[in-house]
Design a protein around this ligand. Sequence first.
Ligand code: GDP
Ligand code: MG
Length: 291
Amino acid sequence: MAQRTPWSLSGALRGLFAKKTIDAETWDDLEDALIGADFGPDVTDAVVSELRAKVDRFKTTDPADLQRMLRENLEERLSRLNPTLKLTERPAVVLVVGVNGVGKTTTIGKFARFLGTFNRSVVVGAADTFRAAAVEQLATWAERAGAEVVRPQQQGQDPASVAYQTVEYAKNNDIDVAIIDTAGRLQTKGGLMDELAKIKRVLERQTPIAEVLLVLDATTGQNGLAQAQAFIEHAGVTGLVLTKLDGSAKGGFVLSVQEKTGLPIKLVGQGEGIGDLTGFTPHVFVQQLVG
Ligand code: GDP
Ligand code: MG
């Protein structure tokens, strides 16, 4: 079983909230803790100055009040965007994009199971057609999840045609959700973006695309976000999936990524098991983060 939520913030804050009073050191410690947890300088500055103003306004010196205000502040920020997946079309077509190794294929397996528990039938399409191993990996996950799979007829088949066949399969077999796996090779960024654009064009002729989910490996922090920028600019992303939050990820990234991209976090991966995917609930997340 994967370890869960070893986020550094609550540890870093423990000393601060254990003190008897709020003093000048409190603010330095809070700033250090937020930066250390990968909130990024902009969010950190904003949070610290908002909390300072609030502490002044309420004339409190009790660190417990500050802890509560921090929770409220972060929860309010995280709740600004709507995390609800829009899967009302039938079939609902979900395109999953992101750089290699972030966890796209694993997420699709977990997501298929997640949907299955809500009695939604799922077909997954292996539109990462270049490597046979990628197709097999997706097929294995689909089997575990109890989902159908559409494979390329030959290695290297046009990804857009596999995506097309997946949606046709969903239509012909009355399947609720079609999830399309894609390649993430960065060295061919231009080519990859063209490939994704073609997949989207082909799909949109069949049916509206319900969601384009960008998968981000949370352990890579701001650096991973920079790598994913091309997807945000070109792929028409509708939501984020953060993976590996069970690993060395720092919780502040969750907020900074949402504020930086303006895109809602819709799913969170916390392990390599098929059950390790949940929706995103700001309240629960902030409880884990701040304690
Ligand atoms: P893709 O290249 O984007 O399709 O990435 P994969 O789905 O192949 O995943 C790459 C690696 O990340 C695999 O070893 C996965 O088991 C691992 N992985 C994916 N999601 C998670 C997660 O939420 N937590 C952990 N610890 N590992 C994950
Ligand atoms: Mg993959």
